[in-house]
Design a binder for this molecule. Sequence first.
Ligand SMILES: [Cu+2]
Length: 344
Amino acid sequence: MTVFLVIIVLALLAVTGWQISKIFELSKSPDADTSQVANNKDNENQGKLMMGFAVFLYLLMFYCFWTFTNVTLPDAASEHGGKYDNLMLISMLLIMFVQIVTQALLHYFAYKYRGEAGKKALFYADNDKLEFIWTIIPVITLAGLIIYGLFTWTDIMSVNEDEDPLVVELYAQQFSWTARYAGEDNTLGEANVRFIEGTNTLGVDKEDSYAQDDKVVRELHLPVNRPVLFKLRSQDVLHSAYFPHFRAQMNVVPGMITQFGFTPTVTTEEMRNNGDIVDKVERINDIRRENGDDSYEFDYFLLCNKICGQAHYNMQMKVIVESEADYEAWLAEQATFGESMSEE
Ligand SMILES: [Cu+2]
């Protein structure tokens, strides 16, 4: 209802503005220039405005860099993360360079070649040499960028099975994540949506011998420097498993298993002591203190990055990266699937 009223008020304001402009038009002195064709003065003003707009764009850009770089992600916490960040940095630098030059030229030429009475545009059909140059430079640059990107992609996406990655299933549903560790045999038991019953919320096959030692948990613990291979399943709609700090993201698709592997290299404790994170946590806590909220402590998170419904924004799971010993101790405390099923 409020939205409807706001729309009506805005529409009425627009009509008022339009009517006022008509009154101004009518109240002009009869000898004023009422021609619809732009004269030299109009063109001069428009040209200067174009230059002013370019300056505004550059200032806005510098302002944004200055103000918002402190909300970007800290250094990557995974082995492949550095390569990903490099690719991103090189692409952004290239885009920045090209846009700074072309914006400047575009706005300057709009001013320089503004309309003037008696000035006639030069008729210039084509120039093969020029066309060749402005085709070949983007072709080489883009081909280089794409090939570099493809190599990086292959490097990130290939999972080396010889490294014996820790296999963990991530199960997505509206609006939560559940993790299933593959247990002693490092092999996940079969699962199917038809087996979902009672506390077996992931639909794990109770008859499957590989499933007995699986461990279903609501918090993800990862040993530092050990490759992890995530197998992703969804119960309902499309979700996307997103680990911003590890520079990892993969769609979670109902009816199929997708995967993503990475090696965490920075423990939660180490990341909490990272300068950027210390600053960021301090700033967040200043705001929280003002609002009378409890203080916040940094943690890695697995988020959902696909708008999957009403509570999508809150679909998250805490991720703890710790030493191998701490991880083993934590895992030993978790009940196996076989144990939790026999308790029923
Ligand atoms: Cu989701």
